[in-house]
Design a protein around this ligand. Structure first.
Ligand SMILES: Nc1nc2c(c(=O)[nH]1)N[C@H]1C(S)=C(S)[C@@H](COP(=O)(O)OP(=O)(O)OC[C@H]3O[C@@H](n4cnc5c(N)ncnc54)[C@H](O)[C@@H]3O)O[C@H]1N2
Ligand code: MOO
Length: 340
């Protein structure tokens, strides 16, 4: 055991010339919340009225013990331990360090790891859910400890856990951002009513704009009747043109004319899942034709603003392989019925 920490309370009027032990916060509801005084600031006589205005009668003067870590250093060390690719770490402020996305992309955050950290008393690591689409500069995670000082052993435990995590993930950190690749997609629109011009195609523009929002492109949209052989032929066409992604629209439901799932199967695709526990979009089919992801898109993808397609597309664009277990996890929290 080394020297233990000493926290001394000093009346503000007796604190002139002493350094602050931590950042001090001012909050004006609806207007401002932030740092009023920085850790280490040496109190001057003219600071006293402002200290009183933010409610301080006393300040802490700290002599840190050998076995403890100051909240700022703890937050910096936690951030350094967990940050991965395309993540920027900020400076500590009010005892907190933020991690931000350095690029637009898909947040990759290991829930099990974050849960394990937060099970340690007095550590707080708050993150976005994994697979969130993040903009450049957007906050991914904030980390802090709950009291002004924390035992060094707890921070070292986080560092050890993060080191182990990295060893199992080729050096990557538990919090990272995956960039979107530019995919060349082929779209097959099924439905004799569209093919025969009875209704105008509304699927193409929706799918095109969703892909473009992740930097990908529709190289070609082809139209097919509901004939299974015809749909298979179009799938083969795109397979041979070596697109990165194939989307087959419509014909996903229970009518006799709904032949898209059968055609995707007949084309030789490995079916990951026919159906997803999400609403809307439950009839979506996820498969791989060799290495090419192939999706059967139900009518709701054309009609509803947000469906399971909006969940899977960014993952596919970020080079994630979709497995059956990923699909099963979508149900909990996967009801978007009132999202328009
Ligand atoms: N009894 C059941 N009914 C429905 C089920 C079910 O499980 N049991 N599933 C529902 C779900 S979920 C969906 S989504 C819809 C539609 O599924 P489909 O993907 O089979 O859609 P289609 O039958 O091909 O078309 C439905 C509707 O949309 C129009 N459409 C289709 N493609 C286009 C296009 N490219 N442009 C414009 N309009 C298009 C089509 O003409 C139909 O009016 O089924 C539920 N019902
Ligand atoms: O698959 Mo339908 O896709 O929910 O509304």
């Amino acid at each position: 055991m080394g020297q233990s920490s000493v926290l001394r309370e000093v009346k503000v009027e007796e604190a002139i010339g002493l350094p602050l032990a931590h950042d001090l916060t001012r909050i004006v509801p609806g207007e401002f919340k932030g740092r009023a005084f920085r850790k280490g600031h040496v109190i001057r006589e003219e600071d006293i009225p402002e200290l009183r205005r933010i409610g301080k009668e006393h300040i802490y003067v700290l002599e840190l013990g050998d076995d403890d870590v100051h909240e700022d250093e703890a937050a910096i060390r936690m951030a350094k331990a967990v940050f991965g690719s395309n993540v920027a770490t900020g400076e500590p402020s009010e005892g907190k360090v933020m991690l931000r996305a350095a690029i637009r992309g898909l947040a990759a955050i290991d829930k099990a790891f974050i849960d394990e950290v937060n099970a340690i008393d007095q550590l707080a690591m708050a993150t976005l859910p994994s697979y969130t689409v993040v903009e450049e500069g957007q906050s991914l995670a904030g980390m802090r400890v709950i009291l002004l000082i924390i035992s060094k052993a707890k921070i070292e435990a986080v560092e050890r856990m993060a080191r182990q995590w990295r060893e199992g993930h080729m050096g990557e950190g538990p919090i990272s951002v995956k960039p979107f690749r530019t995919l060349r997609a082929g779209v097959i629109t099924t439905g004799s009513e569209v093919y025969n011009g009875l209704v105008e195609d509304k699927f193409g523009p929706v799918v095109r704009s969703k892909l473009e929002s992740f930097g990908s492109v529709v190289t070609e949209q082809r139209f097919s009747t509901d004939g299974i052989e015809e749909i298979v032929r179009e799938i083969r066409y795109f397979e041979q043109s070596q697109v990165d992604l194939i989307l087959v629209t419509g014909g996903m439901s229970v009518d006799p004319d709904d032949r898209t799932p059968g055609a995707i199967k007949q084309a030789g695709a490995h079916i990951v899942s026919h159906g997803t526990p999400m609403l809307p979009g439950s009839m979506l089919l996820m498969a791989y034709l060799g290495e090419i992801p192939i999706l059967g898109l139900p009518g709701s993808v054309m009609h509803d603003k947000f469906t399971v397609f909006d969940v899977l597309l960014p993952r596919i664009c970020a080079n994630e392989r979709i497995e059956r277990s990923h699909i099963a996890e979508l149900g909990y929290g996967g009801l978007f019925a009132d999202r328009g």
